[in-house]
Design a protein around this ligand. Structure first.
Ligand SMILES: C[S@@+](CC[C@H](N)C(=O)[O-])C[C@H]1O[C@@H](n2cnc3c(N)ncnc32)[C@H](O)[C@@H]1O
Length: 252
């Protein structure tokens, strides 16, 4: 599924929480003490995190497969007249920077890795991500923790959620279903605001943090921390909703 169309248009309204984006950018910024250290975001989207990291003085290169999401980001870059964020339309499983450029930080947050539909594509993206990390550089991946989600589906075949967005005078209704392979969740969303109803599908392809960890470690980086959130709460297999896995390249 693509983030183009309705999803791109309402994405910033759905993920509007300042504190959530700030805690992500603070965690990532602390890994790059040097002001000019450069970062690569895989699945940059509308720049929710990248713009905050750029505001800390870090040049960012961002890759995203959705032109719709990049159009929203481009509008913000024009509005704030910033050249600190360089944007590329591409697939994180295959995208390569020009030349030999490496990054002090490569990151992919809010489950962008779970947008890739197969484990092979997720593995390819992680291998590429590792190859782009400079010596002493970091890789950080945030995604959905499979066990709690699977536990929900052990009890009900599908779930329905309704969230209110008073800042946008809107409501998001979501219907979630687990595919037979127990690896993918399909979310059928309806965003309702004064302009009517907008439908969009989202697919989440679950990947366990320990699988990510073994792929990344096979590719030369060491696990520096596995957390349950951006405040570094300990990861718990059964209660962590989104995990944060941080890695470091200590030698080539
Ligand atoms: C949940 S959004 C996260 C966006 C942004 N990182 C944030 O934190 O708000 C997932 C993003 O990954 C992008 N994406 C999905 N598949 C991709 C792929 N194969 N390569 C690059 N980006 C992809 C989507 O277009 C979307 O912008």
């Amino acid at each position: 599924m693509s983030y183009d169309g309705h999803y791109a248009n309402v994405y910033d309204q759905i993920f509007h929480q300042e504190d959530m984006a700030r805690s992500t950018a603070d965690f990532l910024g602390a890994l790059m003490p040097e002001h000019s250290a450069k970062a690569l975001e895989l699945g940059i989207g509308t720049g929710r995190v990248a713009l905050r990291l750029a505001a800390k003085g870090h040049p960012i290169v961002g890759v995203d497969a959705s032109q719709g999401m990049l159009d929203v980001l481009q509008e913000k870059l024009t509005e704030f007249d910033t050249s600190a964020v360089e944007v590329h339309l591409g697939d994180m499983a295959t995208w390569e920077p020009l030349g030999e450029e490496k990054f002090e930080l490569v990151y992919s947050v809010l489950g962008s890795i779970a947008c890739l539909p197969t484990l092979d594509q997720q593995r390819a993206a992680l291998i590429r991500a590792c190859a782009n990390v400079a010596d002493e550089g970091h890789l950080v991946i945030e995604s959905y923790n499979p066990p709690p989600l699977l536990r929900v589906f052990d009890q009900v075949p599908s779930f329905e959620a309704r969230a209110e967005y008073p800042h946008a005078a809107a409501q998001l209704h979501s219907l979630g279903k687990l595919d037979d392979n127990r690896l993918s969740v399909t979310l059928d969303h309806t965003w309702s605001d004064g302009g009517g109803d907008r439908n969009f599908l989202e697919q989440v392809h679950l990947i366990d943090p320990h699988i990510i960890s073994s792929i990344v470690q096979e590719n030369g980086l060491e696990l520096s921390g596995l957390y349950g959130d951006w405040s570094r709460s300990p990861y718990d297999e059964f209660t962590t909703a989104m995990f944060v896995a941080a890695f470091k390249r200590t030698h080539t």
